[in-house]
Design a protein. Structure first.
Length: 455
């Protein structure tokens, strides 16, 4: 299918127009005069000249540019698999509404041995004799699919046929194995609904990307996931031994096999929030446990922190409160990045922006790692070392306070408490997972010394 192409949010042209740095992580492209004209056309939104594919395929594959399909996929080519574990009549009613909203497709509901009898007048229902988890339920549905494309949709998601066909068009446009929309939280006028509208782990933001570990978008959830059946079957579908993180594992296996996975926030699907704060924290805890399992399958990809050494050192100084040291380190890191980019004819303004984005991202990621995965270590070390206590205090309190000022939640005190507990719960899960797997690798940072790119 034909598609328009738009530039990524990180798009830096050289002064002569024959060079481009774009995507996440940043990639550099050196092009001919004809290639420069193609880049100009992408920036203006013009129709591309014939023969553009040699360049645009590289741009699309690296996330330097993104497609805009002009034709939706045919509903005849798509089947929908809905893994279902129904524990209430309300959930059963929601499942029925979901199936009815997707009645144009071949719908397969896989009942994962629910305590409530799941019977529907539309679609096909497969009953599993033993509760085996969402991965096994999706695989059972995948085995029955006869169309080239399949959409996995969770029962607590709202999506219509038009959205699903639009998502499928991205899979049909280029060599993409799976595509996922932005998952936003439905408005149910509860505290957890408001909180998850700010901080849902399913909501990956409004910037589209090619999915890669340790990049701007390192995974996509399977709340809604559209993919090629042949690509999924080639890897035997989801890992049935994982009760959590099986969707991340599948996406990473696809990427490792050379497939492309795309995140398309232009399509937004609503997801019901956790029913209580306790349920929310249990979910975060389970996500933390999955980090160790993911590290077993994909070494270092689940690391809590990955950054360039020259950005990490000033970030540490800032968090420790050594401002007199942080200033020269920031200057040195800026000099290093500018020097490493010296051979690229980028405008100085672009180089400064790349440097600033890298430093801000590193500072944010370091504070996040301390608050989430490393807080037990920092808590112990803060007893004898006051500067470590300063790092922990900054990482725990400052980001939630900034969120409080920016988002202005209805219940500010409760927001602050839950925001802190949210990260703590994930960290406890990471440590429990590390203990169960007898491996601490999922807790280790990945520090590079190569030219850093902004995320």
């Amino acid at each position: 299918m034909s598609a328009h192409i738009v530039p990524d949010s990180q798009w830096f042209r050289t002064r002569d127009g024959k060079g481009l740095m774009a995507g996440s992580p940043l990639h550099y492209f050196s092009v001919s005069d004809a290639g420069a004209r193609i880049l100009d056309a992408i920036e203006r939104g013009d129709t591309l000249a014939s023969g553009h594919e040699a360049l645009t395929d590289r741009l699309l594959a690296t996330g330097a540019a993104h497609p805009r399909p002009t034709v939706s996929a045919s509903v005849k080519n798509i089947s929908v698999v809905i893994p279902a574990y129904i524990t209430s009549l309300h959930a059963l009613d929601h499942l029925l509404l979901l199936v009815q909203s997707l009645a144009e497709f071949a719908v397969i509901v896989v009942d994962d041995c629910s305590p409530i009898d799941v019977r529907l007048d539309v679609g096909t229902v497969i009953h599993l004799d033993v509760n085996s988890g969402p991965g096994a339920a999706r695989n059972a549905g995948l085995a029955q699919v006869t169309t080239p494309l399949v959409a996995f949709v969770d029962t607590d998601v709202s999506i219509d046929s038009k959205q699903l066909a639009e998502l499928a068009s991205y899979v049909s446009t280029e060599k993409v194995a799976v595509v996922a929309p932005r998952i936003v939280t439905s408005n149910e006028k509860t505290f957890t609904s408001e909180y998850e509208s700010f901080h849902s782990p399913l909501d990956l933001g409004n910037t589209e990307a090619v999915v890669r570990p340790m990049s701007r978008v390192s995974y996509v959830p399977s709340a809604v996931l559209v993919g090629r059946v042949d690509s999924l079957r080639k890897l035997n579908g989801f890992n049935e031994g994982m009760r959590s993180g099986e969707d991340v594992d599948l996406v990473w296996r696809l990427i490792e096999s050379g497939e492309l996975c795309r995140y398309v926030p232009l399509v937004q699907c609503a997801h019901r929030p956790r029913p209580s704060i306790l349920a929310l924290l249990k979910q975060r805890y389970s996500y933390g446990i999955s980090a160790a399992q993911l590290d077993q399958q994909h070494p270092r990809s689940a690391s809590p922190f990955r950054a360039n050494l020259f950005f990490t050192l000033p970030a540490i100084a800032i968090l420790m409160g050594y401002l007199f040291l942080a200033v020269p380190l920031v200057l040195l890191s800026a000099i290093y990045v500018l020097w490493s980019l010296r051979s690229l004819p980028l405008p100085l303004r672009s180089k400064v922006k790349i440097t600033g984005t890298g430093l801000r991202s590193t500072l944010r990621l370091l504070a996040q790692a301390i608050h989430r995965a490393w807080w037990p270590l920092f808590l112990i070390a803060s007893i004898p070392f006051i500067r470590v206590a300063a790092m922990l205090t900054f990482s725990v309190l400052v980001p939630p306070c900034i969120g409080l000022l920016r988002k202005k939640p209805q219940f500010p005190v409760r927001y602050l408490v839950v925001r802190i507990l949210d990260n703590f719960a994930y960290g406890v899960g990471v440590w429990v997972g590390a203990w169960r797997t007898r491996s601490a690798r999922c807790l280790l940072p990945v520090i590079t010394v190569r030219r850093s790119s902004a995320q």
